[in-house]
Write a protein that binds this ligand. Structure first.
Ligand code: HEC
Ligand code: HEC
Ligand code: HEC
Ligand code: HEC
Ligand code: HEC
Length: 433
């Protein structure tokens, strides 16, 4: 550590993140409210400003009347009484937020760099006790077992990170709208019900940079809440939770999940005609159900390919036209080269008009999603710096994950042999992998 380039590489590309001190929703852009609802909205804003005041304060010792199961903040302990939330959370990326890609960077910062850690932990593993665990693990050179009260930095964004402050539980009202009676006796002294858990600003705490935070071309690098706010979903009161936590399930599926992505986009591909030795085709993709830009972050890349295939189903390279959907930023995050993302309800058409190759048997349409494209490039650059040592093994693992997360979202082939009737061509069933 210390020797320039190792730190600088890590901290240039992610360094801008260090600049984000308060992403607190208290000052979230657009958090204005209609005058009749002012009090409720202000209560929510005030609650969230304090709930997400980071660094979070340590919880301190649990009340003596708590059983040891109630006192521990380990997600498995919560899971003993809230099994459904626990099972779902374990499959969600929030539980994997202390990923190799993050850990490698924290390792390169060293055990003493608490402020640098906090710039990442405030979103990835926000409990004060998790930072303590991280610091000790970095000093020991290995991940230590959980500390008192079952807390480990490896738990990422855990139940307690969202629900527990000073040992007290916070959550939404019950689904039937009720809250516990004041004289009811419940585990962990019950909970304090607040509407904030059903509000999109709850998520904005980590999914939206401040207006004065890192931004390119006038758009914050993380702008999900503002994109949602400008969409019809905000007007229709369809919160982040309504799509990402259906029936309050703790799933948070996103760009890494093909089924989730398919639920948000509508794709159509038609071969209009094959005449005079030319193919005339078109692919349409519309953002019909994503509550923000598709994709919202700068890190994924969606590639649309239209081209001709030979009899063996191989694409004929010279015939392929490629289009990218994404927000393309430079590796050092100093410039935006293009922003071709699809805003909510936006439709894009890609026309394809080309001479038919003599080998062509079909026109093929393919959409590939690379959820971690930016990270893969960033990890490759990091590993090419030989002075980057401390976090190397973890970053190698992260690179492998990032390279292996891509999938084919849409694939359709329209034979060009029987193409006189373009309905016949269109009737080819989509082959989705
Ligand atoms: C010994 C069992 C037990 C343990 C352990 C436990 N809980 Fe609970 N929890 C309950 C019960 C029972 C309720 C009350 C449910 C009700 O009355 O609707 C509750 C309520 C809650 C609520 C409010 C639910 C709502 O409708 O808003 C939250 C949030 C919560 N617990 C979070 C946690 C977290 C986080 C942990 C771990 C740090 C945890 N609980 C550990 C039993 C437990
Ligand atoms: C304390 C910070 C924090 C809060 C609050 C938070 N998230 Fe996240 N979220 C993260 C982090 C960090 C990740 C990335 C985890 C990883 O892959 O390392 C993430 C990942 C996600 C993903 C998966 C993205 C993908 O690439 O597939 C979705 C979806 C998501 N969050 C939605 C939400 C929603 C909806 C809410 C509000 C209910 C919310 N988050 C609240 C920090 C947060
Ligand atoms: C404002 C909240 C926030 C802060 C601060 C933050 N991140 Fe993240 N990070 C996220 C979210 C949200 C995602 C998921 C975005 C996506 O889908 O790519 C993410 C994804 C990542 C990923 C890719 C997924 C994974 O876990 O492998 C890495 C690596 C990462 N962050 C590293 C860092 C580092 C290093 C820092 C500190 C310098 C940092 N982050 C600070 C919110 C944050
Ligand atoms: C990223 C923040 C986040 C994390 C992490 C998280 N929750 Fe939640 N939880 C929420 C939100 C937001 C809601 C309310 C969702 C809604 O109302 O649509 C909720 C609701 C709940 C409820 C009430 C459910 C109901 O049906 O009424 C319980 C209980 C709960 N969570 C427990 C847990 C447990 C246990 C864990 C860990 C295994 C956990 N949560 C992890 C944000 C989180
Ligand atoms: C109308 C449904 C809907 C709403 C509302 C919605 N999302 Fe999404 N979200 C999706 C779908 C579908 C995807 C998968 C496609 C994609 O990745 O863009 C997604 C993807 C994501 C991702 C993955 C990262 C990426 O680059 O796309 C994150 C993070 C996320 N949403 C957070 C949020 C937050 C935070 C809010 C509220 C401010 C929100 N979403 C509101 C449907 C929704």
């Amino acid at each position: 550590m210390g020797a320039g380039s190792q730190r600088s590489l890590v901290l240039t590309a992610v360094g801008l993140l260090l600049a984000l001190t308060g992403c607190g929703p208290g000052s979230t852009p657009g958090s204005q409210s209609a005058s009749s609802a002012t009090t409720a909205a202000d209560t929510t804003a005030a609650f969230l400003a304090s709930h997400w005041q980071r660094p979070l304060a340590p919880n301190g010792p649990a009340p003596a009347r708590f059983s040891s199961l109630e006192a521990t903040l380990a997600p498995e302990a919560c899971g003993a009484c809230h099994p459904q939330q626990y099972q779902d959370w374990r499959t969600a990326l929030h539980s994997h937020a202390m990923s190799p890609g993050l850990l490698g960077q924290l390792q390169s910062m060293g055990a003493d760099a608490r402020e640098d850690h906090q710039a990442c932990l405030q979103c990835h593993a926000p409990l004060a006790e998790q930072q303590e665990h991280l610091v000790r693990s970095l000093a020991a050179g290995r991940t230590l077992p959980p500390l008192a009260k079952g807390i480990s930095s490896a738990q990422g964004l855990s139940c307690a990170g969202c629900h527990v402050r000073k040992n007290g539980r916070f959550g939404p009202r019950r689904l039937d709208g009720t809250v516990p009676a004041s004289d009811s006796v419940l585990p962990h002294d019950g909970w304090q019900a607040t509407d904030a858990f059903e509000d999109s600003r709850f998520c904005a705490a980590c999914h939206q940079f401040e207006n004065d935070g890192p931004s390119l071309n006038g758009k914050p690098l993380e702008n999900t809440y503002a994109e949602w706010r400008a969409s019809r979903y905000a007007r229709e009161n369809r919160s982040c939770q309504s799509c990402h936590m259906p029936q309050r399930k703790h799933l948070w599926r996103g760009i890494h999940d093909p089924a989730m992505v398919r639920s948000g986009v509508t794709v159509d591909a038609v071969l209009r005609s094959v005449a005079d030795g030319r193919a005339d085709a078109e692919l349409t993709i519309a953002n019909t159900g994503v509550g923000h830009a598709f994709p919202t972050y700068v890190t994924p890349r969606v590639v649309v390919e239209i081209g001709q295939e030979d009899r063996h189903g191989e694409l004929i390279a010279a015939t392929v036209e490629r289009h990218v959907i994404g927000r393309d930023v430079s590796l050092d995050l100093t410039g935006e080269r293009a922003d071709t993302r699809l805003m909510p309800d936006e439709t894009r058409r890609y026309a394809y008009k080309r001479p038919l190759d003599p080998r062509a048997a079909a026109v093929a349409y393919r959409i590939t999603v690379l959820p971690d494209d930016f990270y893969a490039k960033f990890y490759r650059a990091t590993l090419s710096d030989l002075e980057f040592k401390a976090g190397r093994p973890a970053i190698r693992v992260a690179l492998r994950h990032a390279e292996n997360s891509s999938y084919v979202l849409f694939l359709r082939e329209a034979p060009v042999g029987l193409q006189q009737d373009n309905r016949a061509a269109n009737a080819v069933a989509p082959r989705i992998q």
